[in-house]
Design a protein around this ligand. Structure first.
Ligand SMILES: Cc1cc2nc3c(=O)[nH]c(=O)nc-3n(C[C@H](O)[C@H](O)[C@H](O)COP(=O)(O)O)c2cc1C
Length: 357
């Protein structure tokens, strides 16, 4: 096994360990959902038990407007993790993504750790995953085919992670030609392309460039949950003898860099509304989502679907993944009852305002 392969597999394993065991959340920056509130509807005219949480994505009708975000694959133990995530996704009829499949392009050693997801979850949308630096470098048609084929994917997620790469000890900070590379991917692949950050968010301007390049779904993955700068800083400090790479006074701001999730959703929803050429895209809200009230707020702000990674990993670790998701869905149902929204489409039209004072 050559060195690159070892680095990729080790990195994926250490990401899970760090996210489970260390404090890698944002300091002093939140998702921004707490700034919003719904108007109470004292005469909702609906029955709580008849609230419909189903949602449509890529031709599938899923049971909830919620998916398990891309996390892992590409090393031995990832197969069990992905199997467990996929079992719950299949049982609850919700979509899920696999982690970066760069390792699977390097060699065929751990392909099972990705393909187990489709084997275990045959009836839900499954997303393949690759990073922006690989897209910027240029992916061959057969590599695109391999990514989709391994998980029989319904879509390819391209994760945009400049801040993560900046802090990653072995990071690739060459993002030149990314947008033209993305356009080629969108033209040459048989499935829709999804652009997703990993915790720093996507602005309306960036979203417009991504849609112009052919992306059909945008997952904002905004700030407020896991800071991937912090995850990589942990790895950097573990691996190197160097002093910090950035000045002490700048480090805090860089570690907490990113656009809060609620702001990304509001900005991109308004772009969709104002510009007909952007109105067709599906908007996914993620990054620090921690309950169903935040999901309700994201949907009312204009998201079509929500997603979570870090909290899903922790819940799985504690044997409570299914319970956590169902509890969040009950939170969501509660908000829908109290605002009089019978289904997700009605919730998306429900008025939400910034709290006063
Ligand atoms: C252990 C772990 C590994 C991750 N690996 C990937 C990855 O390979 N590709 C990707 O697009 N996102 C990856 N992510 C990022 C998540 O999909 C998500 O965008 C990010 O963590 C923000 O959402 P959250 O606050 O709900 O965790 C990973 C997240 C976790 C927790």
């Amino acid at each position: 096994m050559n060195e690159t392969k070892t680095i990729t597999t080790d990195r994926k394993e250490s990401h899970v360990e760090i996210c489970l065991n260390r404090d890698v959340g944002f300091d002093g920056k939140t998702t921004g959902f707490e700034r919003y509130e719904f108007a109470h509807n004292a005469a909702p005219e609906i029955h709580f038990n008849e609230i419909d949480l189903s949602a449509d994505i890529l031709g599938y009708r899923v049971s909830y407007p919620f998916m398990i975000s891309s996390m892992t694959g590409g090393y031995g133990k990832a197969e069990n993790l992905n199997r467990s995530l996929a079992q719950i996704a299949e049982k609850l009829n919700i979509p899920l993504g696999v982690g970066s499949m760069r390792q699977a392009l390097e060699n065929s050693l751990y392909r099972e750790s990705f393909s187990i997801v489709r084997q275990t979850a045959p009836s839900v949308p499954v997303f393949a995953n690759i990073g922006a630096p690989e897209v910027a470098k240029g992916l061959k048609d057969e590599e695109l085919h391999t990514l989709v084929d391994i998980v029989q994917a319904d879509g390819l997620i391209v994760h945009l992670n400049p801040a993560q790469e900046l802090f990653q000890p072995e990071g690739n900070t060459d993002f030149r030609n990314f947008l033209s590379g993305l356009r080629k991917v969108a033209e040459n692949i048989a499935v829709p392309v999804i652009a997703k950050e990993v915790g720093c968010g996507i602005s309306a301007d960036t979203a417009a460039s991504l849609i112009d390049a052919g992306v059909q779904i945008i997952d904002v993955a905004g700030a407020g949950g896991i800071s991937w700068q912090k995850v990589e800083e942990e790895r950097y400090l573990e691996q190197s003898q160097h002093e910090n790479r950035f000045s002490d006074s700048a480090l805090g701001e860089l570690l907490n860099w990113g656009i809060p999730t609620a702001q990304c959703v509001a900005e991109i929803a308004s772009l969709k509304e104002k510009e007909p050429k952007y109105s067709h895209i599906t908007l996914v809200a993620s990054g620090g989502i921690s309950n169903g009230i935040e999901i309700a707020k994201a949907l009312a702000l204009g998201a079509d679907m929500c997603a979570s990674a870090g909290m899903m990993l922790k819940s799985l670790h504690h044997g409570r993944l299914e319970e956590t998701i169902l509890t969040w869905m009950n939170d969501l149902r509660a908000v829908m009852f109290l605002t009089g929204a019978k289904n997700i489409k009605q919730l998306q039209k429900t008025r939400i305002t910034i709290k006063k004072g």
